[in-house]
Design a protein around this ligand. Structure first.
Ligand SMILES: Cc1ncc(COP(=O)(O)O)c(C=O)c1O
Length: 397
C-alpha cells in the first residue's frame, strides 16, 4: 500500500521507549538532548512576535521566491555576518528541511544520489529517502580537529551524484568547512556536474575553539552551483516562526537557471506565510538578543564541559568550533546503546548516542549545549563519574 519513502518500521526505538516509560512512571531525568531553544529556559521577550500581528500581513501578495522586503531582510542578515549576496539570489522557505526538499526536487531525479557527511544531522537519511533519492555517506575524520576526508568524498561520487551536502558548522561535530575544503569540494562538484549545498544554520554560534576566519565563504563560489541555507530557527532561536532561506551562488547562468526552477517549485506550494515575511526584518532585529543569550550559554557550557572533563582522563571532549553540541569520547564499557540506556536508567541522565549521528565507530556521546547551566553541570558530572576508570567510578562498580 505505502511507498518505501517512509520507513517500514515507525515504532519508537529502544531508547525512546525506555524514556517514554520513565516519563509515564513520573521519574525525573536531566535532559542533555534538548535542542529546542524555546524549551531551554531562555528569556524570550514577551512581545517578540508582535511584528507578526502587523496589518501589513493582512494583504496576500503571493510571490514564489518571497516578498522583496523579506528577501532584503535576509540580505541584511548575511551582511551582518560580513557576507554579500544580492536579493535576487535569495529564495524563502518555511524551514531548512523544506529548503532541502526544494533543492532535491530541482536537482535530482528519483534514484539519483546525494552525498551526506558522517557524522552529521540525522535527518538527512529521511529527508533524502522521502524525496525518492539515495543518500551516500562521506566521512569526516577527527585527528585532534575535524576534517573532510576528501579522497573518500571523491571516491563516493558516482555518475548519479547530483548533490554534495555539508553542514558548517556541523551538527554535532561543531566543525566548520574550512576555506580549502570548501574550494576543493566545489571543484569536485564542478567537475562532476553536482551542486554543493551548505547548511549554515549554526553559523552564528562560534565556540571558543573557532579560529578567526576558519569558515570558508560559501557564497564566494564561482566554479560550481552552490546553495547556502539558513533560517530563523537557529539564527534567532524561533523554529516555530517557520522562515528559512536559500542563497544561491556560482556561475551566473547556472545560478539564474536554478532560481527560475526554484521559483517554479516554490510557486506550487507558496508555503511561507505572508505575516512572517512582512515581519522578517523586524524579527531578525528583535531576535538579536535571543541569539546573544544562546551564544553566551553555549560558550559557557562548552567551556564548563572542557574544564570538568579535564580531571577525567578516560573521557575526551572533542574539539568543536561552533554550534549547539558537545561530543564526548568515552570508554567502550558496553555498546553505545547500553551506555546511554544505563546513563538514563541508573543516573537519570539523557544523552544522544553517537550512532544516532552516524559516527563510524563507538563510543561517543552527544550533549546539547543549550541545557540550562546548573542541569548541564550536574549531568556532565554524573557522566564523568560513570566513566571515571580511576577513582570511585564505573570500573570499581
Ligand atoms: C544542521 C541542521 N539543519 C537544519 C535544522 C532544522 O532547521 P529548520 O527548523 O529550519 O528546519 C537543524 C535542526 O536541528 C539542524 O541541526
Amino acid at each position: 500500500m505505502f511507498s518505501s519513502r517512509t520507513p517500514g518500521d515507525l515504532n519508537p526505538n529502544r531508547l525512546t521507549a525506555i524514556l517514554q516509560q520513565r516519563q509515564r512512571d513520573g521519574l525525573p531525568f536531566i535532559d542533555l538532548t534538548q535542542s529546542n531553544p524555546t524549551r531551554a529556559g531562555f528569556d524570550y521577550p514577551a512581545d517578540l512576535l508582535a511584528p507578526l500581528a502587523h496589518p501589513r500581513g493582512l494583504a496576500y501578495r503571493p510571490q514564489a521566491l518571497g516578498l522583496p522586503e523579506a528577501r532584503e531582510a535576509v540580505v541584511a542578515d548575511y551582511a551582518r555576518r560580513g557576507i554579500r549576496v544580492p536579493a535576487d539570489r535569495i529564495a524563502l522557505t518555511a524551514s531548512t528541511s523544506e529548503a532541502y526538499s526544494l533543492l532535491f526536487r530541482i536537482l535530482c531525479d528519483p534514484g539519483d544520489e546525494v552525498l551526506i557527511p558522517y557524522p552529521s544531522y540525522p535527518l538527512f537519511e529521511h529527508l533524502t529517502r522521502v524525496d525518492g533519492i539515495v543518500p551516500r555517506p562521506y566521512l569526516l575524520e577527527y585527528h585532534g580537529r575535524w576534517s573532510v576526508n576528501l579522497p573518500a568524498l571523491e571516491q563516493a561520487i558516482s555518475p548519479r551524484t547530483r548533490v554534495v551536502l555539508a553542514v558548517s558548522p556541523n551538527n554535532p561535530t561543531g566543525s566548520y568547512l574550512k576555506h580549502d575544503e570548501l574550494r576543493a569540494i566545489e571543484h569536485l562538484c564542478a567537475r562532476h556536474g553536482a551542486a554543493l549545498v551548505v547548511d549554515e544554520v549554526f553559523a552564528d554560534y562560534p565556540l571558543p575553539g573557532a579560529r578567526n576566519g576558519a569558515a570558508g565563504d560559501v557564497l564566494a563560489a564561482s566554479e560550481a552551483l552552490v546553495f547556502s541555507l539558513g533560517g530563523l530557527s537557529k539564527t534567532i532561536g524561533l523554529p516555530q516562526a517557520k522562515l528559512g532561506w536559500i542563497a544561491v551562488a556560482g556561475p551566473p547562468t547556472l545560478a539564474a537557471a536554478a532560481l527560475r526552477r526554484l521559483e517554479f517549485v516554490c510557486d506550487l506550494y507558496l508555503s511561507v506565510s505572508t505575516p512572517v515575511q512582512a515581519a522578517a526584518a523586524e524579527l531578525l532585529e528583535r531576535g538579536a538578543q535571543v541569539r546573544a543569550s544562546i551564544q553566551t550559554r553555549v560558550v559557557a557550557n562548552f567551556r564548563r564541559l572542557a574544564e570538568m572533563s579535564g580531571a577525567t582522563p578516560s573521557v575526551t571532549v572533542l574539539e568543536a568550533e561552533g554550534g549547539w553540541y558537545g561530543v564526548l569520547q568515552v570508554p567502550t564499557l558496553a555498546t553505545e546503546e547500553e551506555l546511554v540506556v544505563e546513563l538514563l536508567t541508573a543516573h537519570g541522565i539523557l544523552v544522544h548516542p553517537g550512532y544516532f549521528f552516524d559516527f563510524p565507530r563507538e563510543s561517543f556521546l552527544v550533549v546539547s549545549l543549550l541545557t540550562p547551566p546548573p542541569d548541564f553541570a550536574d549531568g556532565v558530572r554524573a557522566i564523568l563519574r560513570h566513566f571515571d576508570c580511576t577513582v570511585g567510578g564505573h570500573a570499581r562498580g
